[in-house]
Design a protein around this ligand. Structure first.
Ligand SMILES: Cc1cc2nc3c(=O)[nH]c(=O)nc-3n(C[C@H](O)[C@H](O)[C@H](O)COP(=O)(O)OP(=O)(O)OC[C@H]3O[C@@H](n4cnc5c(N)ncnc54)[C@H](O)[C@@H]3O)c2cc1C
Ligand SMILES: *[C@@H]1O[C@H](CO)[C@@H](O)[C@H](O)[C@H]1NC(C)=O
Ligand SMILES: *[C@@H]1O[C@H](CO)[C@@H](O)[C@H](O)[C@H]1NC(C)=O
Ligand SMILES: *[C@@H]1O[C@H](CO)[C@@H](O)[C@H](O)[C@H]1NC(C)=O
Ligand SMILES: *[C@@H]1O[C@H](CO)[C@@H](O)[C@H](O)[C@H]1NC(C)=O
Ligand SMILES: *[C@@H]1O[C@H](CO)[C@@H](O)[C@H](O)[C@H]1NC(C)=O
Ligand SMILES: *[C@@H]1O[C@H](CO)[C@@H](O)[C@H](O)[C@H]1NC(C)=O
Ligand SMILES: *[C@@H]1O[C@H](CO)[C@@H](O)[C@H](O)[C@H]1NC(C)=O
Ligand SMILES: CC(=O)N[C@H]1CO[C@H](CO)[C@@H](O)[C@@H]1O
Length: 498
């Protein structure tokens, strides 16, 4: 019955003509899933209100709206085990969606394969002693914060409410980085469904090689159903966003540099996300400023941000969940998005020059419908790197950095309305960001780390972790996925070099 429906829908779309070896396998996988796990699998259909349509389009960037043969929404680890076994046995290509915020085409969706959306894996449980919370991979950070803050704790995870858990498979920039290290370093354990359909909990004492690999390793090793995250006692924060007019930009540049080389190192209980926005052919500063203390005013270390003339601010004492929802308001789903990232040692002149070049680039694109640009620069402090080492190390290769200096991770993003402008914007954008990287290299401040979570499709993220770490990751892959199922069948996202 299901197969018949699927076949007729396929022919409706003209897909039976292709009828390749792979299409037959995918159809078999979809049919088998639907039969074994009722209510989890939805075949391609033409409606714009079906579960199929909703699932294949619920992505932040429209570059991720693809056309899977069916979508699969598991609710339990056991559902995922069955699915991965079926995919493995039939050689079916599939994609794994966490929160759907990657902008890389096909990172978390797929044409003519199976889209596994973790959306319904939502359970959140706490260890008896409240040292960790185990959260299902389908939670957004806003959902996780609501549950966790209600108990008087916080986790080292994303700053924007709608973003998903894939973040802690990359690196994880968080409000709490300066004291506790990266998000990935605060994952006590990953519950992972391996290629052969068995589940393991990878932590510091069991499968510790896999635990290490997943801290940066993305979707190369298995499907993560749950993340066991370290809890930190918390009463909320004093935080919000400052908006700075163009006339304040020089002062913002100075404060940004000082934050990287001084404030973030000396005061571990603060977080600033220095951000510039280009919208409606205008540039302004748009900077989240957060004190991770139970306070109703800024500590001295952050006063500079208040002293810079600003057009408005939203500072107040609140829960992080509330802040994360406020901050995400400017990032709607469904537009064309691209982002790029690279890492440098902080350099005041370079930060300044990069801003000027970026503003010029954005202005040159102001005729594109709905064009917006955004750039931020985020520190990874020596203490944050040390926390990563203390908590069992990660795969990112940050220990290669010169000692006692911050690393500054640039994020550069563009947004516009119409896919038909991609051919004009993307090539120029790519030349622009490469030029910035070359300038950094010439200045001797380039550090070869690419943060997975902000990367573009043609950036070689895993290779940037260093030769030694790549070799170790490959060894872990061989151990847990000897037939390279996640390399061959999960084609999207950042892949481990062969
Ligand atoms: C508005 C916005 C704000 C952001 N804010 C932050 C921030 O504050 N800090 C930060 O560090 N990053 C941030 N990011 C970047 C973010 O970390 C990445 O976009 C990340 O990919 C989001 O994860 P996701 O689960 O939402 O994405 P998805 O696109 O669903 O997944 C990303 C990748 O991870 C893989 N993956 C996801 N879930 C699983 C799983 N359960 N098992 C195996 N593989 C999986 C997918 O296959 C895909 O390749 C932000 C991005 C946006 C768009
Ligand atoms: C599937 O969903 C339908 C409608 O929501 C429900 O009536 C039915 O009981 C579900 N079946 C199973 C096996 O969960
Ligand atoms: C790691 O996981 C195993 C298996 O579930 C568990 O017995 C062990 O206590 C965990 N180790 C830590 C440090 O949590
Ligand atoms: C947090 O601050 C509020 C308001 O100042 C106060 O009522 C509360 O007792 C503080 N909580 C802790 C744990 O210090
Ligand atoms: C703050 O200023 C920005 C830029 O001028 C504007 O877009 C925004 O609406 C203002 N917000 C508030 C709450 O006034
Ligand atoms: C944007 O502003 C610049 C001047 O700063 C101007 O040259 C350009 O024409 C403007 N673009 C649009 C689309 O108005
Ligand atoms: C996108 O651009 C194309 C070509 O310029 C145009 O035909 C189309 O109407 C635009 N779509 C939207 C949604 O604006
Ligand atoms: C599944 O794979 C893991 C890792 O390779 C292995 O340890 C385990 O024995 C396998 N399980 C089965 C049932 O084959
Ligand atoms: C945009 C991007 O590269 N996202 C990455 C974030 O981290 C996950 C792990 O979840 C990677 O698999 C993604 O590719």
């Amino acid at each position: 019955m299901y197969a018949k429906t699927l076949a007729s829908v396929l022919s409706l779309f003209g897909f039976t003509a292709a009828s390749s070896y792979q299409d037959a396998a995918v159809t078999r996988c979809c049919t088998e899933l639907a039969a074994r796990l009722p209510n989890t699998t939805f075949a391609r259909d033409a409606s714009q209100s079906s579960m199929y349509y909703e699932t294949r389009t619920s992505f932040w960037s429209s570059t991720e709206w693809l056309d899977p043969t069916c979508v699969f929404l598991p609710t339990t680890t056991a559902d995922v085990e069955i699915a991965v076994s079926i995919f493995n046995a039939n050689e079916c290509p599939f994609a794994i969606r966490g929160g759907g915020h990657s902008a890389i085409r096909a990172a978390a969706n797929i044409d003519d394969g199976i889209l596994v959306s973790m959306k319904n894996v939502k359970d959140i449980t706490f260890s008896k002693d409240f040292s960790t919370a185990t959260i299902g991979a389908g939670n957004t950070w806003a959902e996780a914060y609501e549950a966790i803050e209600a108990k008087g704790y916080m986790i080292v995870a994303g700053r924007f409410g709608t973003v998903g858990t894939g973040l802690v498979l990359g690196a994880g920039f968080s409000y709490l980085n300066n004291r506790h290290g990266l998000g990935a370093d605060n994952v006590a354990g990953y519950r992972v469904i391996l290629a052969n359909g068995t589940t393991v909990l990878a932590n510091s004492t069991h499968h510790s090689d896999l635990h290490w690999a997943l801290k940066g390793g993305g979707n190369n090793f298995g499907v993560v159903s749950h993340y066991e995250l370290i809890l930190h006692p918390s009463q909320g924060c004093f935080g919000g966003r400052y908006t700075y007019p163009h006339s304040s930009i020089e002062a913002v540049k100075k404060a940004t540099y000082n934050y990287h080389v001084k404030t973030a190192i000396e005061d571990k209980d603060v977080h600033v996300l220095p951000t510039y926005v280009f919208a409606n052919n205008e540039t302004y500063g748009y900077t989240p400023v957060v004190s991770n203390r139970n306070a109703t005013s800024l500590p001295p270390s952050l006063k500079a941000w208040d002293q810079i003339p600003h057009s408005n601010q939203t500072m107040k004492y609140r829960k992080y969940g509330n802040l994360a929802n406020e901050l995400v308001a400017g990032f709607p789903n469904g537009l064309v998005q691209s982002h790029y990232t690279f890492t440098v040692y902080p350099d005041e002149a370079y930060f300044s020059e990069l801003f000027d070049l970026w503003e010029q680039f954005c202005t040159s694109m102001s005729h594109i419908e709905g064009f917006n640009g955004l750039h931020t620069v985020m520190p990874i402090t020596p203490h944050a790197i040390a926390e990563g080492i203390r908590r069992g190390r990660n795969a990112l290769g940050l220990e290669r950095a010169k000692p006692k200096t911050t690393l500054s991770v640039f994020y550069l993003g563009v947004t516009f309305n119409n896919e038909s402008d991609i051919d004009e914007v993307f090539p120029a954008w790519e030349v622009f960001v490469r030029t910035l990287q070359v300038r950094a290299k010439r200045k001797g401040i380039f550090f070869p780390y690419i943060m997975m979570n902000y990367s573009d499709h043609n950036q070689q993220v895993l290779a940037s972790y260093g030769e030694e770490n790549v070799k170790r990751l490959q060894a872990v892959q061989k151990r847990y996925d000897p037939s390279l199922v996640f390399q061959r069948l999960v084609t999207g996202g950042q892949k481990l070099p062969l």
